[in-house]
Ligand binder design. Structure first.
Ligand SMILES: N[C@@H](CCC(=O)N[C@@H](CS)C(=O)NCC(=O)O)C(=O)O
Length: 452
């Protein structure tokens, strides 16, 4: 079974908790967003991140037109809507069990709680999303609606140990997850809602995975909010040149991160602007791209990318956390700078500088070898470091784009052509950046000729 989920929203976690209770395993795909309101906010702050692009490429709409998370795929059955997913799993894997007992009286009670829970969660989302995600002022009316629901639950739980009957059921599992979310908006159960507080403590103990998942959700939310704050408060300069492949690689990554308030400072390398004392004072190696982020000054495009990935906590899989996948990504990035870029430069610098078409035979042979290596990496996965788009794809896409400008024939490298098409499809701004570089290229060659 496949489950599309996200760790932060309680409904997704409810399904994971149920899966643990029923000993079920899923192929998990984390999806960052689905809610129109949340999507709009995330689009501004994170949704153009590498992962968001990737996830959008998964096209949840094709899987589940309701675009709700969690979404379960069980054979040819596709179920969206949290409660429907929970019911599906319980009916299929715990029929006659205790979570959803057959007795009509109990079931009706469970249904009542589930419908109530939908409304409670809706009230929570309506109030909390703008406050927590958009950091807007709290809406008193929405807050009161939420508190009214909570007061309803408080009355309902009077004298009850569990929500629907004399033992733990789906009703407790669902309600407990929604209630756990109140923490985020600092609504304390104690002392105002003693029945809810007592019941919550009790049912929480019946879900072994609850605390661990809640901890992970809190951590993910903290990271998300920290990233959001940094995104909105960021101010950085990037010195670049559109003809420079590493500059293009970085520009591509930035456009996918949505770091829009970057101030791009173009340096005319042929005019020697990079050698101006003011720039050399910033970067004694006088190369582009160079990043100035407050006190942090960095050059080497790949080092800049890793810095941004760390600072803005680019999520999986764009910046893998797993050491092996991270190492593979870094290996490709070192290959990019130490082998690929070098082979291209050695093969083409003479041609670019002199305008003569012939390439040194040894350099051309070396480049062919290196391109075959890259083709080989790409035969092992969809992207340069496995099956997911990572930072390494941005660095190598930037480097490889120079071959497009010099019209290097790549047709014999099947995988490279496939991957370049994939990059152009998945990386926001790829086409625009290439068009810009193509437009600048003849001017660059002309100025170069004049200079020589
Ligand atoms: N490995 C470096 C290469 C940087 C580099 O060589 N930049 C060139 C343009 S592609 C440059 O700025 N050249 C001007 C100079 O060094 O004076 C990176 O990835 O950032």
């Amino acid at each position: 079974m496949d489950l599309y989920y996200h760790i932060i929203p309680p409904p997704s976690r409810a399904v994971l908790v149920l899966a643990d209770l029923l000993n079920l395993e899923f192929n998990l795909t984390s999806i960052d967003t689905r809610d129109e309101q949340e999507l709009a906010v995330l689009t501004k702050v994170t949704s153009s991140c590498v992962i968001q692009r990737l996830l959008r490429s998964l096209s949840t709409t094709q899987v589940n037109p309701l675009q709700s998370l969690p979404t379960l795929i069980d054979g040819d059955i596709v179920v969206g809507e949290p409660h429907a997913v929970l019911l599906h799993l319980t009916i299929r894997f715990d029929s006659g069990g205790t979570l959803y007992p057959a007795e009509l009286r109990v079931r009706s009670s469970i249904h009542q709680c589930l419908f109530f829970d939908t409304n409670l969660y809706k009230c929570f989302v309506a109030y909390a999303m703008p406050v927590v995600i958009k950091r807007l002022a709290p809406d008193q009316e929405l807050f009161e609606k939420l508190l009214a629901c909570l007061a309803g639950l408080e009355g309902y739980l009077e004298g009850r140990e569990y929500a629907a009957c004399d033992h733990f059921t789906l009703a407790d599992l669902c309600l407990a997850h929604t209630i756990s979310a109140l923490d985020v908006i600092k609504v304390l159960l104690d002392p105002k809602y003693p029945n809810v507080a007592r019941w919550f403590e009790k049912v929480r103990g019946e879900m072994p995975k609850f605390d661990e998942l809640q901890g992970r959700a809190e951590e993910a939310l903290r990271a998300f909010l920290a990233r959001q704050i940094q995104y909105t408060e960021r101010k950085m300069d990037i010195y670049y040149n559109i003809i420079s492949p590493p500059s293009r690689a970085l520009a591509l990554l930035m456009s996918n991160l949505g770091l829009l308030s970057v101030s791009w400072k173009s340096l005319d390398l042929l005019a020697g602007e990079q050698l101006a004392p003011e720039f050399v004072a910033i970067n004694p190696q006088h190369c582009v791209p160079t990043l100035v982020d407050g006190d942090v000054v960095l050059w080497e495009s790949n080092a800049i990318m890793v810095y941004l990935a760390e600072k803005y906590q680019i999520p999986e899989p764009g910046y893998p956390r797993d050491p092996v996948r991270r190492a593979l990504m870094l290996q490709r990035m070192f290959f990019d700078v130490g082998t690929l870029h070098k082979a291209i430069t050695e093969c083409y610098s003479h041609q670019v500088v002199t305008g003569k078409q012939e390439k040194g035979e040894t350099a051309a042979k070396k480049l062919d070898e290196v391109l075959k290596l890259l083709d080989g990496f790409l035969a092992k996965g969809k992207y340069v470091a496995g099956d997911t788009l990572t930072l390494a794809d941005f660095s190598i896409a930037g480097t490889m784009s120079i071959l497009t400008l010099v019209e290097h024939d790549l047709s014999s490298y099947e995988q490279i052509s496939r991957w370049q098409n994939l990059c152009s499809e998945k990386m926001s701004g790829y086409g625009g950046l290439m068009d810009e570089a193509k437009a600048e290229w003849p001017k660059f060659l002309e100025n170069l000729k004049k200079k020589l």
